[in-house]
Design a binder for this molecule. Structure first.
Ligand code: ADP
Ligand code: ADP
Length: 226
């Protein structure tokens, strides 16, 4: 089974705008996959549907064979999402932001604490564990979002423009971190509008434009055709 299967996915917003015009693609287990497209193409809409922030108006989505309409809680256990906007409380402490998330997945407190330490250390945030989130730099907040998305060790991690507004040095270290967890078996999908980012990280790619998939291939064959 595919890690992610999207079939004829449609989204028409309440104002009548067709953000997704029936897109289909699959991502295989273990892949590092890029959804590339210009601003407004429909990338965030697609991700919003996956984490049920956006209601789809047509089509089907399965995560490791589980249809999100049939059993969203089971699908959610296998999915970690890092949205673009910072959606944690600015006044909560870094440790608590990550640890509390464990509770949402029904994790015992001791395990949630252990995983929180593990991922805060991996992401270079352990020294900041007692700081309120508002004290962190933009890049640190981005890493906090990643730590929180990994607390239940999802098989599929999806990141929406993870390096937008991040300086080149930090971008490199985030890339290395993502490659490391991909090498350990986590399937990764990221959205980006930088071809360069897709090229240096990903094996396969779908290009989305104006709500349609216009290309779906390996990075290698895409580069050959350019
Ligand atoms: P991307 O993430 O690729 O930049 P989005 O998925 O955010 O693109 O947006 C796709 C299109 O849908 C854009 O034209 C955007 O303006 C439109 N859109 C996004 N959210 C809404 C909404 N709530 N109502 C109407 N149109 C929206
Ligand atoms: P900025 O103020 O530019 O946003 P950050 O606070 O995001 O910087 O990053 C601070 C430092 O942490 C940077 O020098 C960066 O290289 C380092 N760093 C970034 N990611 C990691 C990581 N995964 N593990 C350890 N250190 C990291």
């Amino acid at each position: 089974t595919a890690a992610l299967s999207i079939k004829n996915l449609e989204k028409t917003y309440d104002n009548g705008f067709r953000a997704l015009k029936g897109i289909s693609f699959e991502v295989q287990p273990g892949d590092f996959f890029a959804l590339l497209g210009p601003n407004g193409a429909g990338k965030s809409t697609t991700i919003g549907i996956l984490c049920s922030l956006v209601r789809k108006t047509g089509g089907e989505v399965s995560i490791f064979g589980i249809d999100i309409d049939r059993d969203f809680p089971a699908a959610k256990q296998m999915l970690g999402v890092v949205p673009q906007e910072f959606n944690f409380s600015q006044f909560e402490k870094v440790f608590d932001i990550v640890c509390t998330q464990g509770g949402f997945y029904g994790m015992p407190r001791a395990l949630a604490e252990e995983r929180t330490e593990k991922y805060l250390r991996k992401l270079g945030l352990w020294d900041k564990r007692d700081s309120q989130a508002r004290m962190l730099s933009g890049g640190m907040k981005r890493r906090l979002m990643i730590a929180r998305a990994l607390i239940h060790e999802p098989r599929l991690l999806i990141l929406d423009e993870p390096t937008a507004g991040v300086d080149i040095e930090l971008r490199r270290s985030m890339w290395e971190f993502l490659q490391e967890i991909n090498a350990q078996g986590t399937t990764i999908i990221l959205t980006t509008h930088y071809l360069e980012e897709a090229e240096s990280l990903c094996r396969n790619i779908a290009i989305i434009d104006k709500g349609d998939i216009i290309e779906n291939t390996s990075i290698k064959s895409l580069i050959k055709t350019l």
